[in-house]
Design a protein around this ligand. Structure first.
Ligand code: PLP
Length: 388
């Protein structure tokens, strides 16, 4: 349980709170529903909880030098890392191959990434394992014929091709689409195995598991995951790893933002919050039209009114919720938006208007709360250095 009153008193707003108990319960739940599959945490969803997952995920998907830097400083086991990402720059990859003999797994997103790793493994006599990312028809990964060519021409004994990586998008609700993807992957992999006489040992698949953010959008997740498992079980005799970000991280997070001003005009009641869409991201642009899960402190019973909840950016798009009917509001009331553990802290347009980044607090029943990032002044990031 998160003691929001205490957190508000101690840390103020705007603040993200990530509840580690909820996170670990979520992992156990996903493990129980997707038994037999490795879980790969896509670090991009939330870097602050990465360390807390160390005993609970099989691997970390790292897609940039910055994500590597964070995980490395957090002393996350290198053997649990898969170095991924559409742009693998030479200095970063050379540093890894040269200096980290315990980083074992890399993905290949392009022919030139293959060539880079081929060159560097030979140069430093370093053994690695690779997954070739198959494209889903965009800038990521390589085509089927490129996968075939890479495998056919592969001659580097230092690089073992473990298998295929495939990710086609996030927040996927359609089981039909997921089943089609898996059927196609099975077909493609068996074609490779039969025609090229190589074994594909592993498929790393990103199912893009959905999170239902809004009131009324609830779904039977047990049944949904049972279907996902049935579909994945069609893949036989291979290790299957599931790259997941959103579905692991979302439920543990809440975002606390305070009412700082209120006004009424002929179009309605407007509430100005000290946060905004620079900090709060669910998915896509639908946000303000729907009602997310939230609480207000202090609670008041009785009369209600309808409000537009706005952030503190200079844009008419900065609506957190439109036309919400709720308890009568006053300045200093705090909204607690739920399910914000994935992507909010990493995907928000957080530099806009040079507003400070929120604090980040980890909550743990055993250890109480811990401030893991103080506010950061984005005015310093937006400042033109060496000018005056
Ligand atoms: C390659 C890859 N794998 C996994 C993920 C995580 O997706 P999700 O958060 O939908 O689980 C992403 C997200 O962008 C991704 O690009």
């Amino acid at each position: 349980m998160v003691d929001y009153e205490k957190i508000i008193k101690e840390y103020g707003t705007p603040t993200y709170v990530y509840d580690i108990d909820t996170l670990l319960e979520r992992i156990s739940y996903l493990r129980s529903k997707l038994a037999g599959y490795d879980l790969v945490y896509a670090v991009k969803a939330n870097t602050f909880i990465a360390k807390s997952l160390e005993e609970n995920v099989d691997r970390y998907e790292i897609c940039s030098p910055g994500e590597f830097d964070i995980c490395n400083k957090l002393k996350i086991n290198h053997q649990k890392m898969v170095i991924s990402g559409v742009y693998k720059d030479r200095p970063t990859i050379e540093n890894m191959i040269k200096n980290y003999d315990d980083i074992l797994k890399y993905t290949i997103e392009s022919v030139s990434q293959y060539e880079l790793l081929d060159e560097l493994t030979r140069k430093y006599n370093r053994k690695i394992n690779i997954l070739i990312r198959l494209t889903s028809g965009n800038q990521f990964g390589v085509t089927e014929s490129e996968v075939e060519e890479l495998i056919k021409n592969h001659q580097n004994p230092l690089m073992t091709i473990d298998g295929i990586e495939y990710f086609s998008g996030t927040q996927k609700h359609s089981l039909v689409r997921i089943e089609k993807e898996i059927d196609h992957l099975i077909e493609f992999v068996s074609h490779i195995e039969n025609d090229l006489k190589v074994e594909i040992k592993e498929i790393e698949y990103g199912p893009g598991l959905p999170v239902f953010y809004y009131v009324g959008d609830e779904f039977d997740e047990d049944a949904f995951l049972a279907e996902i498992k049935r579909i994945l079980d069609k893949i036989t005799k291979k290790k299957v790893s599931l790259e997941i970000g959103r579905s692991i991280a979302a439920s543990c997070g809440s975002y606390l933002t305070k009412v700082v001003d209120m006004k009424t005009n002929k179009y309605g009641n407007y509430v100005i919050l000290d946060g905004g869409i620079n900090h709060l991201v669910y998915y896509g642009q639908t946000m303000a039209m729907k009602i997310p899960h939230y609480e207000i402190l202090p609670k008041r019973v009785g009369q209600e009114d309808t409000y537009n909840l706005c952030g503190s950016l200079c844009t008419i798009n900065d609506f957190l919720v439109k036309n919400i009917t709720t308890q009568l509001l006053q300045k200093e009331d705090v909204f607690i938006f739920k399910n914000v553990g994935a992507y909010s802290s990493t995907e928000g347009i957080s530099l806009f208007l040079s507003r400070d980044l929120p604090k980040v607090v980890l909550n743990h029943t055993g250890g109480g709360t811990k401030l893991v990032r103080d506010n950061i002044k984005t005015s310093e990031l937006n400042f033109p250095n060496n000018l005056i």
